[in-house]
Ligand binder design. Structure first.
Ligand code: MN
Length: 231
């Protein structure tokens, strides 16, 4: 086959303890999926989940035990961290019921939905798409995947991010408004999920700015840690 230019390399995430790589298809993200975060963004009540996407090549894949680097992005003066549980889809499908969701899940990872908050807020005010605030280069740092069978307690895990030794965000996965299974039900009604899809499930309260030189130390019980420096 003859290509007009070199095809992009596949984006892959290492799977802990297997030596295998998980090839990434799409990145779906859930908006406002923890009550206290919805409140801090000016919203109340349970609304149907809503989704946005990031390109797969926005991932910054950080191997276990090392510190990843993301460049401070252009055009913003208010870069926010959003620590999130990431679900990796292993078996695709559409109209998946929450009761059947578990068999579609390959595993989980710790991820950051980095956000140019000033640009996102401008777009919200104008009723325009969030892409420039959410889907920029290096906007999705992520650690290695842990197979689902190794983390049966994921739905009660603790999730946190610290900067300079201080808690910025700390919560538990059981505070999700729409849990992982319900999220898969809603998402797969709108798109046919494919093996390789990732779902960033939303962030708890405490989103805040980082500046160049900050290192975000993140973790989720059972999934290990994720360390990312803003360079
Ligand atoms: Mn988010």
């Amino acid at each position: 086959m003859s290509f007009t230019h070199t095809p992009p390399a596949p984006v892959t995430i290492p799977v802990k303890g297997t030596g295998q790589q998980f090839p990434v298809h799409r990145i779906y993200c859930v908006g406002r999926n923890y009550v206290e975060h919805a409140k801090e963004m000016g919203y109340t009540g349970r609304e149907a989940p809503f989704f946005f996407l990031k390109p797969a090549d926005a991932l910054v894949v950080v191997p276990e035990g090392s510190t990843g680097r993301m460049a401070y992005p252009t055009l913003t003066q208010n870069l926010h961290h959003e620590i999130e549980l990431v679900v990796a889809i292993g078996v695709g499908g559409k109209n998946i019921l929450a009761a059947d969701a578990a068999r579609h899940i390959y595993g989980y990872a710790v991820g950051l939905d980095m956000t140019r908050r000033d640009l996102q807020n401008d777009m919200k005010k104008q009723g325009r798409p969030w892409c420039i605030g959410k889907a920029f280069d290096e906007s999705a740092p992520i650690g290695p995947l842990t197979p689902a069978a190794q983390v049966p307690q994921i739905n009660t895990a603790e999730i946190y991010v610290q900067v300079a030794g201080q808690d910025r965000q700390r919560s538990t996965i059981d505070k999700l408004i729409w849990n992982v299974a319900e999220t898969i039900e809603h998402l797969s009604a709108a798109w046919e999920l494919q093996p390789g899809d990732l779902i960033f499930t939303g962030t708890p309260e405490g989103v805040a700015a980082v500046v160049s030189g900050d290192t975000m130390e993140c973790g989720i019980t059972g999934l290990g840690t994720l360390s990312v420096k803003v360079a």
